[in-house]
Design a protein around this ligand. Structure first.
Ligand SMILES: [Zn+2]
Ligand SMILES: [Zn+2]
Ligand SMILES: [Zn+2]
Length: 169
């Protein structure tokens, strides 16, 4: 068995309640601006605002909730423009779609392309993201034994985060 070093990183840990979320938000917006600049794509005002709304917390946000908020701000915000902005942010890796919840969550490291694995707390709704090559390789290997080729991976695991677990004891 050859043993190679796989990277395993936590892209977004579970955040403690009452942490300074403004810092998360500010750093997400700065990273988004830098990343867009480096890639030669535009972070328009709408895209930036949508990103800001997704980053309102560490819980996934539904597209229609974003739309509702934008409608309060500008009466002309049409669903297609919001969906297009979300598609852009997804394509650039700045947000991820949590398929099981049809909701979006911000990514802490959009500057590195990755396919993350998500841990979703069923009590508080918070999401953590890992980028674990070992998990991906193992799955690919197992699928391969069934002659199956993976072309789209969604790993979304539900449970309780540490904070909710202590509360539930
Ligand atoms: Zn935060
Ligand atoms: Zn990510
Ligand atoms: Zn929780």
């Amino acid at each position: 068995m050859k043993k190679h070093k796989s990277h395993s990183r936590v892209l977004m840990p579970f955040k403690e309640n009452g942490h300074s979320h403004k810092k998360c938000l500010d750093s997400a917006l700065i990273t988004a601006e830098k990343t867009c600049l480096a890639r030669g794509v535009r972070l328009t005002r709408l895209r930036r605002r949508v990103l800001e709304l997704v980053w309102g917390s560490h819980e996934p946000v539904k597209a229609y909730d974003i739309l509702d908020k934008l409608r309060d701000e500008h009466s002309g915000s049409a669903p297609p423009t919001v969906y297009r902005a979300l598609d852009f942010l997804r394509a650039e890796g700045m947000v991820h779609k949590i398929e099981s919840l049809t909701a979006y969550v911000g990514c802490g490291e959009p500057e590195h392309r990755h396919i993350g694995q998500f841990l979703i707390c069923r009590a508080c709704g918070a999401v953590a993201e890992m980028d674990d090559a070992e998990v991906r390789e193992l799955l690919a290997e197992k699928a391969d034994t069934l002659g199956f080729h993976i072309d789209r991976e969604m790993i979304e695991i539900k449970g309780l985060c540490a904070a909710c677990l202590t509360e539930n004891i």
